[in-house]
Design a protein around this ligand. Structure first.
Ligand SMILES: Nc1ncnc2c1ncn2[C@@H]1O[C@H](COP(=O)(O)OP(=O)(O)O)[C@@H](O)[C@H]1O
Ligand SMILES: [Mg+2]
Length: 310
């Protein structure tokens, strides 16, 4: 079952085409991550889904509603943290939650929400005195006030140190366990890898790959390969005695053997041994999601620059 269906969505700001026709579905109960460098069009897309921005064309359906036409009904059922969330300096997390509950006109259990976002320790501290991670947790807490079935988190850990980022990840994992569907935008590859059931890699207004991290690795990764340090003679021996694609790097004495299966791997190792030649440092290698991501978005040098892995 899908909570979001998007087909051929487009949005321009004047002459700038921010979203150039993207299609994707988000399934109930999953964490769906839009991963891409700054300027890819993630916030524009998410704001259209939230009903905060109009689309130019295409179909958008969120929880069975048109976000723009049925915004009032939709906002009762979704939770949102905007990019760069902030709150009043002199409010405590508990006050913030109660303030939001009043705004929404809903009854809420502040203690329970503070527990869900792991913020009980700081419930009475002023916002201005909270750490970066705690501030983001206040944002998460506020997005939960109306007990939403679907959450939109726009770059929830940008600017946090690694430890705070992990704390926020833990909360996001809890939110999923509680059965909420989550759309998460990020430019941190590790975040998508750690949290997302499925990822849409976005660059320059387009989705260039979709799937689980594993599926993306399968589809876009280069072949698995065996690497071994040895001489050109060894490389030639393997080439002559097999059908493997073998490459040799003179400067590093590194031999690469492309393999398709476990059996290939065993055969390659056997050949190396049979050759009777010297070798060392045998390992297998495969593209990581990071290698793939960087390659897919490398056509825009600037995009690659603004992408960080940690
Ligand atoms: N309100 C706006 N007016 C004009 N251009 C905008 C506006 N918002 C975003 N853009 C531009 O649209 C492109 C996509 O931006 P955005 O959706 O914020 O991407 P992301 O969230 O992936 O960084 C960028 O080139 C950005 O400068
Ligand atoms: Mg953004």
């Amino acid at each position: 079952m899908s909570v979001i269906e998007t087909h051929d969505l487009k949005k321009s700001y004047g002459f700038l085409q921010a979203v150039k026709g993207i299609s994707f579905d988000v399934r109930s109960g999953e964490i769906f991550s839009m991963l891409g460098p700054n300027g890819a069009g993630k916030t524009t897309t998410i704001e259209i889904l939230e009903g905060l921005r109009t689309k130019d064309s295409g179909d958008v359906n969120v929880l069975g509603l048109d976000p723009w036409k049925n915004g009032y009904e939709l906002h009762k059922r979704i939770g949102v943290i905007p990019q760069g969330f902030r709150f009043f300096d002199k409010a405590t997390p508990k006050e913030a939650i109660n303030y939001y509950a009043d705004l929404f006109g809903v009854k809420t259990n502040a203690e329970q929400i503070l527990q869900e976002v792991i913020l009980q320790d700081a419930e009475n501290n002023y916002f201005e005195n909270l750490s970066g991670g705690q501030k983001q947790k206040v944002g998460l807490a506020l997005s939960l006030v109306n007990n939403p079935e679907l959450l939109f988190l726009d770059e929830p850990t940008t600017g946090l140190d690694p430890q705070a980022r992990r704390a926020v990840w833990q909360v996001i994992k809890n939110l999923k366990k509680a059965g909420r569907s989550i759309v998460l935008t990020t430019h941190y590859l590790e975040e998508a890898e750690q949290l997302a059931d499925r990822v849409a890699i976005m660059d320059d207004g387009l989705i260039i790959a979709t799937g689980s991290p594993h599926e993306i690795e399968q589809r876009f990764g280069s072949q698995e390969r065996i690497k071994v340090i040895g001489g050109r003679q060894l490389a030639d021996y393997i080439k002559t005695n097999s059908n493997f694609k073998v490459t040799y790097d003179d400067s590093t004495s590194e031999i690469e053997i492309a393999i398709q299966s476990k059996n290939d791997a065993l055969m390659a190792v056997r050949l190396i041994e049979q050759s009777g030649l010297d070798w060392s440092d045998l390992s297998t290698e495969k593209d990581s999601l990071e290698d793939i991501f960087l390659r897919l978005i490398s056509n825009t040098a600037e995009a690659a620059d603004s992408f960080h892995t940690s």
